[in-house]
Design a protein around this ligand. Structure first.
Ligand SMILES: C=CC1=C(C)c2cc3[nH]c(cc4nc(cc5[nH]c(cc1n2)c(C)c5CCC(=O)O)C(CCC(=O)O)=C4C)c(C)c3C=C
Ligand SMILES: [Fe+2]
Length: 387
């Protein structure tokens, strides 16, 4: 068998405060995150949003030590996976390809080529598939494959999602059980699954399987946990003016408090590493919200990071994929159809949602441009160096 590689896909995060603005620029430049009807608008809008959001976002990163721990944790996961693969007799080189920050996916592919990898397993570190996460990375890889014929000699296989695997479920259940048992009355604790949200239109109009996979994943983990606790699923980290998947975490927590819940255990469900949304949003913002609402005991389940049961499950997944390659990038169902992310942005005349969304956006752009002009004495075109 030729040289084997594993490409772990992840989102990436700013290593230090100076990285926040360019990281946000990369994120908002991605049409899988914000899709615009005119491609020429993408970069100016990404510049505008990243510039206006950077300060608030930096404040949040300051609260967790001045940067994202994502790169360090993903590197630890890669090393642990490589070691677990060796133990199974599978010699493989593990690479990390981040979507919006270093080490970028393009760098990983350059290294894979340089190392003459002949068989590649493409494994997103997102348990559930979303157009906005794994989908975006697959789309980038697909483009790299189309642009570079020398990549065609690499026999690759893709694992689109893996939330239903028993090792993953068992590792999650173990972490939840450990935290539950710290409470004086474990069975009375309300388990609160908090998933990263996506705009509702991704699911309802673009056919993103994310919500369904999250719901199935939560039910499977509860089955594996096999405890009598009540549970709720809600969605966090909403960005922008459009409607996202509901219920929103920040609304569901006070509602549970009103219903008399006093002990809450939050389980981050859509991501396997600690990151800003666990360390800042849940541990700081939602804790404060919960305590103000009357929840006396608020705890969070740690992210899987390098949990051995989880890492061994990843290794087994890789070994199976090497031995029985199945799905090519171009065969991933969501890659085959040209998914339109924001169908409400397809222009229709009249008092339509499209008109509302675009009026709102253009008003925001105009308003922000005016603010920048007022504060700086220069218009936005000076800032981008066009004037
Ligand atoms: C499964 C996980 C994630 C989904 C789904 C997702 C969708 C999504 N995210 C944004 C906007 C932002 N995401 C940001 C950071 C961020 N998001 C995820 C995960 C998912 N995103 C991670 C792991 C991170 C990085 C965290 C870190 O530690 O650095 C940010 C930047 C942070 C901030 O300013 O709040 C934004 C913005 C959208 C719009 C979206 C779906 C369309
Ligand atoms: Fe995000």
């Amino acid at each position: 068998m030729g040289r084997v590689g594993v490409l772990l896909l992840n989102l990436g995060g700013p290593d230090q405060l100076e990285d926040v603005r360019p990281f946000l620029f990369n994120l908002f430049s991605d049409p899988e995150i914000i899709r615009l009807p005119f491609t020429w608008l993408q970069k100016p809008l990404a510049w505008l949003i990243s510039t206006t959001r950077a300060r608030k976002s930096q404040e949040n990163y300051k609260m967790i030590g001045g940067g994202s721990p994502l790169r360090r944790i993903t590197e630890e996961q890669a090393q642990a996976l490589q070691a677990s693969l060796r133990q199974r007799g599978q010699d493989a080189q593990v690479y990390i390809g981040m979507r919006y920050w270093h080490p970028f996916t393009e760098e990983a592919i350059a290294r894979i080529k340089r190392d003459n990898i002949e068989r590649l397993v493409i494994l997103p570190l997102y348990p559930q598939f979303s157009i906005s996460t794994s989908g975006s990375s697959f789309r980038l890889l697909d483009r790299l494959w189309q642009e570079d014929p020398s990549l065609h000699r690499i026999d690759h296989t893709v694992i689109p999602s893996w939330y239903a695997r028993s090792g993953y479920r068992q590792a999650m259940a173990q972490l939840i059980a450990q935290e539950l048992d710290q409470f004086p009355e474990p069975d009375s604790v309300h388990i609160f699954f908090s998933a990263h949200g996506v705009p509702l239109s991704y699911v309802e109009e673009a056919g993103d399987p994310y919500q369904q996979e999250i719901e199935e994943c939560t039910a499977l983990i509860m089955q594996t946990l096999n405890r009598p606790n009540a549970y709720t699923l809600a969605y966090q980290s909403r960005v922008g003016p459009v409607e996202w998947l509901k219920p929103y975490t920040e609304e569901a927590i006070p509602e549970l408090a009103e219903q008399g819940v006093e002990n809450l255990l939050v389980v981050p469900i859509s991501f396997v590493s600690e990151h800003i949304e666990t360390l800042q949003e849940i541990d700081i913002e939602y804790r404060e919200l919960a305590e103000e609402a009357g929840i006396h005991h608020f705890q969070r389940v740690p992210a899987l990071n390098t949990h051995p049961v989880f890492i061994d499950d990843l290794a087994e997944m890789v070994v199976s994929a090497v031995n029985a390659p199945s799905l090519k990038l171009s065969e991933v169902p969501q890659m085959r159809k040209q998914v339109k992310m924001y169908p409400q942005e397809r222009w229709e005349w009249g008092m339509t949602t499209a008109a509302e969304v675009w009026n709102g956006r253009l008003a925001m752009i105009g308003f922000i441009a005016l603010l920048i002009e007022l504060i700086s004495g220069h218009g936005p075109l000076h800032f981008v160096g066009l004037l």
